[in-house]
Write a protein that binds this ligand. Structure first.
Ligand code: F6P
Length: 472
């Protein structure tokens, strides 16, 4: 029976080891939470890195056995590969460039060579697992070369690629010394997907100007084959988030937290620690808000969860220090014995706790400087069972194209964020409900299942179209 093979840098679980005991914990990030509920269906499988260095062969065998039972196949990375492929080329070269922070980008031939080598390692594992009738779905910027590597080994296979982060404009993309190789890597796919129409347009423009292939309605004709490029805004597992928010245990936690917080209103902020998320700018806006609207002092608390991420990468270490310092400064300035303006947590939380936070929040504050999609804002909306609450959302997040009922802001405009906070905290309930209902209707319909089936249907269509082009 044909199967779907999902390939991403990380598996949806992370390996943990304590006193020689192995255990597996859910991975953070949009990709894992988004597709986590999907891949176990039928005989699908997921290939990726389990998130830890494992050098001992017998331990690798144990991990392979454990993961195979859950339809997962690990790719083990060495310490050097983690440093140069994951932390290095993926997160110090591609990540900053694709998020328009090219001043942070490191250009190193050594990192590039390891990136090529590790993409080849993923390719070898896929080739081991794939049959000719299988569909291979490659995800994200860590594996841009994989589609072409796979095409070379499995010329007739069905290969989809989806990019979860933004694709920058040509003027930024062309700064990369390996721009042509990266595009050629992606062009091995049959279908290339992005979250937004703008990302897709940027990609087509780079392909045109760097590789020299034009396009018509998203179709690119290379000298040997045709492929399609399109946008597919990713949704969430709506029922999972709404269902969790309805659990008695979650309501109980919400009551406990509310009782402990001592604030009339709660603003919620949840992100991985990342400079693309605009955490420092958000804190600055909150500080200005307390200054401009002192009547909210001792009444409103910013509940800020920052999930540790890529903490070996220099820019992330620096950001951690900046955020710690900002929170300390603002709390130092405004705190009272009975009230803290910011409740700051640097750790990850299980879904039930996040859900209680979503329920409890009067305002969801999601203000990335750049974000491919952003699923946190969608999870917040899905968890609002009473439809009360306001979403403030950055227009630089892909999700803003769908969620026009949010208060949309430019994260570089601190004053606009201050006014948005005021507007959100004073919005009449009926107005909150109208906006929340509109967003829920849309997110319920365009959920994760819809996203997967849209992508898969389009991929099948491409294969049929390619056949008819070949025979005409
Ligand atoms: O959504 C972008 C992304 O890089 C995913 O590819 C990844 O799963 C997630 O963010 C978390 O990042 P990391 O795997 O580096 O912890």
């Amino acid at each position: 029976m044909a199967k779907l093979i999902i390939v991403s840098n990380r598996l949806p679980v992370k390996l943990q080891e304590k006193d020689g005991q192995l255990s597996y914990q859910a991975s953070e990030g949009g990709l894992a939470t988004g597709l986590g509920s999907f891949y176990k269906k039928e005989n699908n499988l997921w290939i990726g890195w389990p998130g830890q260095v494992v050098s001992e062969e017998d331990k690798q065998e144990r991990i392979i056995d454990d993961l195979n039972k859950e339809n997962m196949h690990p790719v083990f990375l060495t310490e050097t590969e983690i440093k140069e492929f994951y932390e290095g080329f993926s997160n110090e070269t591609l990540w900053p460039t694709f998020h328009y922070f090219s001043q942070y980008a490191v250009y190193s031939q050594q990192l590039w060579e390891t990136y090529v080598k590790v993409n080849q390692k993923y390719c070898d594992e896929v080739v081991k697992q794939a049959g000719p009738e299988d569909t291979i779905w490659v995800h994200d910027y860590q594996l841009l070369l994989l589609p072409s590597m796979l095409r070379e080994k499995l010329p007739d296979s069905t290969i989809g690629f989806f990019q979860h982060i933004p694709f920058p404009s040509y003027e930024v993309f062309r700064l990369l010394p390996w721009r042509k190789e990266l595009l050629e890597g992606m062009l091995g796919s049959d279908l290339v997907g992005f979250h937004t129409y703008d990302d897709m347009r940027h990609f087509l423009s780079s392909v045109n100007r760097i590789v020299g292939y034009g396009s018509t309605h998203g179709w690119i004709n290379t000298p040997t084959r045709s492929l399609l490029v399109d946008s597919f805004p990713m949704g969430i597992d709506y029922d999972k988030y709404a269902g969790t928010a309805a659990l008695e245990e979650v309501k109980r936690r919400e009551n406990v937290y509310r009782g402990n917080l001592n604030a009339e209103k709660v603003i919620l902020s949840i992100d991985r620690l990342d400079y693309s998320k605009g955490i420092a700018q958000r804190l600055e806006a909150f500080e200005k808000f307390l200054e401009k609207y002192p009547e909210f002092q001792q009444k409103v608390t910013l509940l800020m969860l920052v999930v540790p991420s890529r903490d070996a990468v220099e820019k992330y270490k620096e950001l951690k220090e900046e955020v710690d310092e900002l929170v300390g400064r603002i709390n130092g300035k405004y705190s009272r014995i009975s009230w803290n303006p910011i409740q700051y947590f640097y750790r990850s939380y299980p879904l039930e706790t996040l859900s209680a936070f979503y329920r409890m929040a009067d305002v969801g504050l999601v203000t990335p400087m750049r974000d491919g999609m952003n699923l946190v804002c969608k999870e917040f909306v899905a968890s609002k069972l009473d439809q009360k609450g306001v979403l403030i959302l950055s227009e630089m997040a892909g999700a803003s194209k769908e969620l026009s009922d949010a208060i949309l802001i430019n994260p570089n405009d601190i004053n606009q964020m201050v006014e948005a906070l005021h507007q959100a905290l004073t919005m009449p309930e009926e107005e909150q409900i109208t906006h929340m209902r509109n967003m829920q209707t849309s997110l319920q319909r365009y959920n994760i299942h819809h996203w997967v089936s849209m992508f898969m249907d389009r991929l099948s269509y491409v294969k049929i179209k390619q056949l008819s082009l070949a025979t005409s």
